[in-house]
Design a binder for this molecule. Structure first.
Ligand SMILES: NC(=O)c1ccc[n+]([C@@H]2O[C@H](COP(=O)([O-])OP(=O)(O)OC[C@H]3O[C@@H](n4cnc5c(N)ncnc54)[C@H](O)[C@@H]3O)[C@@H](O)[C@H]2O)c1
Length: 278
């Protein structure tokens, strides 16, 4: 009996159903990344950790990057315990020096990368009229400048051997969200940055695509407290009746776009948002 026929599950509803969703995704595993080196940023938590696990389970040698060294070491310990290959790198994606030296180390340790998944991101709700300038700058730096720096450092290798870039945006790249001007701007910018890469390298063996998650059950959600005077009703627009997704559900779509299974797909946006942007 196929895994689909033997499980009746509703994805993204939480609790035991989350576990069932993750189990069914794991049961489909093939080895699409055997012999490939994959860079995953934000691999210390949430979707990045799920992506690192997924790619490693499918045979990739994973370079797991995060600014939180202990967290990314924990991700790598889990992958190694499961028989996968991964190395943890403490890397701040907003730092040109940190990104450049990390990619140099990856090439020396694991070989040239052919997959790049930019997952690291931060957020927060703010009233735009009194948002602190340093928070604006930080959100843009992590969510938009970070992927640029990582892509710039990795692209010479991808151009030499062929490759795929997957940048993780958000439903907020496609719809306005109250109290989220910096986050929307960063994710909208990342979406168009990705399309620009797709156009630029169209006939040079490098694809670039976007996964745009909706609400996903990760620690990031805890950083979204409503600002003073905010209208909680605004949040109903970003809550799917399907509930939150699991990191593994998002990682499955990232893995598809990172793999040769999507070999004719570039510049695409894959919404995985429980229908928020229908
Ligand atoms: N969770 C959601 O509901 C949701 C929805 C849509 C999009 N996203 C996007 O998915 C991505 C992953 O989010 P998540 O929910 O897994 O969050 P998370 O907070 O669980 O993980 C994000 C990781 O990024 C790392 N990070 C932050 N700043 C960094 C830096 N300067 N350099 C390197 N690493 C850094 C953090 O340490 C953390 O480990 C983000 O880009 C986020 O915007 C999340």
């Amino acid at each position: 009996m196929s895994p689909v026929a033997s499980h009746k599950i509703t994805l993204g509803q939480g609790g035991e159903q989350h576990d069932a969703a993750d189990a069914i995704l794991a049961s489909f595993l093939v080895k699409r990344f055997e012999g490939k080196v994959a860079i995953v940023t934000g691999a210390g938590s949430g979707i990045g950790r799920g992506t690192a696990r997924r790619l490693a389970a499918e045979g990739a040698s994973v370079a797991a990057l995060d600014v939180m060294g202990d967290a990314v070491a924990e991700t790598v310990a889990g992958i190694t315990a499961d028989g996968g290959t991964a190395i943890a790198y403490t890397c701040d994606v907003t730092s040109e020096e940190s990104v450049t030296s990390t990619v140099d180390s990856i090439v020396a340790d694991l070989g040239a990368p052919s997959v790049v998944c930019n997952v690291a991101g931060i957020g927060g709700f703010f009233n735009s009229h009194d948002m602190p300038f340093d928070r604006w700058q930080k959100i843009l730096a992590v969510n938009l400048t970070g992927p640029f720096l990582v892509c710039r450092a990795a692209l010479p290798h991808l151009l030499e051997h062929g490759g795929a870039i997957v940048n993780v945006c958000s439903n907020t790249a496609l719809m306005g969200q109250a109290y989220s001007a910096a986050y929307c701007a960063s994710k909208g910018g990342l979406l168009m940055f990705t399309k620009a890469l797709a156009a630029e390298y169209l006939d040079r063996g490098v694809r670039a695509n976007v996964v745009a998650p909706g609400g996903t059950d990760t620690p990031l959600l805890g950083s979204f407290d409503l600002p003073e005077g905010a209208d909680p009703k605004q949040l109903t627009k970003i809550m799917s009746p399907m509930g939150f997704s699991t990191p593994a559900e998002i990682a499955a779509s990232i893995a598809f776009l990172a793999s040769d299974e999507s070999s004719y797909t570039t510049g695409a946006v894959l919404s995985v948002d429980g229908g928020l942007t229908i």
